[in-house]
Design a protein around this ligand. Structure first.
Ligand SMILES: *Cc1c(COP(=O)(O)O)cnc(C)c1O
Length: 367
């Protein structure tokens, strides 16, 4: 079976360096907020071309802390897409703000500007832009739009490590960018992890306090914070994996491009081609098909695993059915949820695996 992710292969390749990093932390006798986390924050900020990075417990917390560090909370509305991971929306709720759901563009599955315009109210405080599947598009438009409307731009970069638009990395267009290092992400820890990158020192300092109980100096607390810290062992492991991220990203891009060139089946539709000035990092390779379930069954019979990202749009999730949304509806999100599927795309796929996936996709004849 060609799997969506191959963790065993990945851990095998990195086993020795990860064990050495873990030993280093064990021997240091220092496990929370120490040198490894500081090193990782410096490296991640540099790699993203950002001034500050704050390492936290997971990607969802990174989004919440980003919002809280700029004072977004009660009575504030934050617009985001209904086609995303549940954590995107849960983070807004956890920050005490109100999510407002916008629809997507059919071609890219990314949030639609026209829909966001319809979601604006006098309470809108921020747009939480999700670089879904690793795509970055129209960043100049988004930046200008948020500036014009006087709202914050925050980027959910959980699927977009090293993605760029006009050479600038995900998370540097907005006030903050939130990353997840959940094991399946393009940069994954051996457990939970996350970070936010941030350009203003004022927000970065506040984020550093919020992740650690709102503590300003030992046992002095300026606000109710959280406990959301990346631990030293995960930071040490991420420092090693970081070195391979550019190479892994290139491999994903080779696979994405190969699929784009070679998958040719009138029953299967690819997403829009990445914009010329962008680097898509192919966290997921997503297609749509009107006979999706039948097609996924065919892939399985060909030995190819596939998954759905995401089968239920946010507004159809039980806790979200009454959330405010685009008054014209969220039809494209629903259509996408009913027809999308993701095929394997990870750095440990062999050329033969890639070819087998293409053959499986092209041999589908419909039901
Ligand atoms: C994974 C993911 C998150 C949440 O990250 P966790 O580390 O699992 O909390 C948020 N947003 C998107 C788009 C994601 O894919």
């Amino acid at each position: 079976m060609i799997l969506m992710n191959d963790f065993k292969a990945e851990q095998k390749a990195l086993r020795e360096t990860m064990l050495a990093s873990t030993s280093r932390v064990i021997d240091s006798g220092w496990f929370i907020l120490g040198k490894e986390v500081e090193d990782f924050e410096r490296s991640w900020a540099d790699m993203c071309g950002s001034k500050y990075a704050v390492a936290v417990g997971n990607g969802m917390d990174a989004i919440e802390i980003a919002m809280r560090s700029m004072g977004i909370g009660q009575d504030d509305e934050v617009i985001t897409t209904s086609m995303t991971a549940f954590a995107t929306v849960l983070a807004i709720v956890r920050a005490g703000a109100k999510p407002v759901l916008a629809d997507i563009d059919r071609e890219s599955a990314l949030i639609s500007l026209a829909s966001v315009e319809r979601c604006l109210t006098s309470n809108t405080k921020a747009l939480l832009l999700v670089h879904l599947y690793g795509q970055m598009r129209q960043m100049d438009k988004w930046q200008q739009f948020c500036k014009e409307k006087g709202i914050y731009l925050i980027e959910d970069c959980a699927q977009a490590h090293l993605a760029t638009w006009q050479g600038k990395k995900a998370g540097t267009y907005g006030e903050a960018g939130a990353y997840s290092f959940y094991p399946t992400k393009n940069l994954g820890a051996l457990g939970d992890g996350g970070a936010l990158i941030i350009s203003k020192s004022e927000y970065a300092e506040r984020a550093l306090r919020i992740r650690n109980y709102g503590q300003s100096s030992r046992y002095h607390h300026t606000e109710y914070g959280m406990n959301s810290r990346l631990d030293e062992i995960q930071a040490a492991i991420l420092l090693e994996k970081l070195k391979l991220l550019p190479e892994y990203t290139e491999r994903r891009q080779v696979i994405g491009k190969k699929y784009r060139e070679s998958i040719d089946n009138s029953l299967i539709r690819p997403l829009a081609k990445p914009e010329e000035q962008s680097a898509h990092v192919y966290h997921l390779c997503v297609y749509t098909c009107n006979h999706r379930d039948d097609l996924m069954n065919h892939l399985k019979n060909c030995g190819v695993e596939s998954l759905i990202h995401y089968p239920v749009p946010i507004h159809k999730q039980p806790p979200c059915i009454n959330l405010p949304r685009d008054p014209c509806g969220l039809e494209e999100s629903e259509r996408h949820a009913d027809s999308c599927f993701s095929i394997p795309c990870h750095p440990y796929m062999s050329d033969e695996d890639i070819n087998d996936v293409i053959v499986a996709m092209n041999s589908y004849k419909g039901n």
